[in-house]
Design a protein around this ligand. Structure first.
Ligand code: CA
Ligand code: CA
Length: 258
């Protein structure tokens, strides 16, 4: 993922918006300069950018995925040119009265402002906006699970902000990995940095056991499978005729992880 770094606040806002939009931020250049540096020929309604300084109104706009998007008062040709919670009306972004303004749950207003550049709560896990002349700070939580995306900063807890089941404290076990932003997959569903397998017990060779050691403790008859893989699950069982033998309880148990 490539993120241009015009300055701290603009970069913060760009990345935050990319996360809110549920896409990876690739704010790299789309054009090399000259007369076409700010407007794409084949998409005249889209203002392209490398950072907020390329946008017509950098006080109200920031660069998200190579496109200028803005707050209330910023120039626009469609809703796509405006922040979440805003609509494009008469070529200017305006707050959408039917929306909560993009603050969402946990949004807080207070400090007076003229632009989003004046709003910074110092928390890397929040999106800082200037709405109706007040700073609004809202958690960068695109999937709505109550945890901010780790893509914002390492201290933000959500390891996959486009997958609500992947979150800190997740107690369920999964037989499939989640994908994150097209960069790979993981079974770390509880975001603790460790992939934990649920079933670890292994059986020794049942045939080697005496009657006393031929317990009915259950376990894998094969090497402990990787996450999502299957193996034979069973126990050692005694019979006077055959001695200690493997009794397969499940021919293809799935290993689950988190
Ligand atoms: Ca989240
Ligand atoms: Ca884990």
């Amino acid at each position: 993922m490539t993120v241009s770094r015009p300055n701290g606040r603009m970069r913060h806002a760009s990345l935050a918006l990319a996360i809110v939009l549920g896409v990876a931020c690739d704010c790299g250049p789309r054009s090399t300069g000259g007369a076409d540096a700010t407007v794409e020929r084949d998409a005249p309604t889209t203002t392209s950018c490398r950072n907020a300084a390329d946008c017509p109104d950098p006080m109200r706009q920031t660069c998200v995925l190579g496109r200028c998007r803005g707050a209330a008062g910023a120039p626009c040709t469609s809703d796509e040119d405006c922040f979440r919670g805003h609509r494009c009306a008469q070529s200017r972004c305006a707050l959408d009265a039917t929306d909560d303004g993009g603050g969402g749950e946990g949004g807080e207003a207070g400090v007076a402002c003229a632009s989003m550049l004046e709003c910074d709560d110092g928390d890397p896990c929040t999106i800082d906006q200037c709405i109706r002349r007040s700073c609004v700070y809202s958690l960068s939580d695109a999937d709505g699970d109550g945890f901010a995306s780790r893509a914002m900063a390492p201290e933000c807890p959500d390891c996959a902000d486009d997958e609500p089941d992947a979150r800190p404290g997740q107690t369920r076990w999964f037989d499939r990995p989640y994908e994150f932003l097209g960069m790979g997959s993981s079974y770390d569903w509880n975001c603790d940095g460790i992939v934990e397998r649920r079933y670890l017990a292994r059986l020794d060779r049942c045939e080697d056991h005496t009657r006393e050691r031929c317990t009915d403790r259950e376990g894998w008859a094969d090497p402990v499978p990787a996450c999502g893989a299957t193996g034979r699950w069973g126990r050692c069982a005694w019979s006077d005729d055959a001695g200690c033998r493997l009794e397969v309880l499940e021919a293809a148990r799935v290993q689950t992880c988190r």
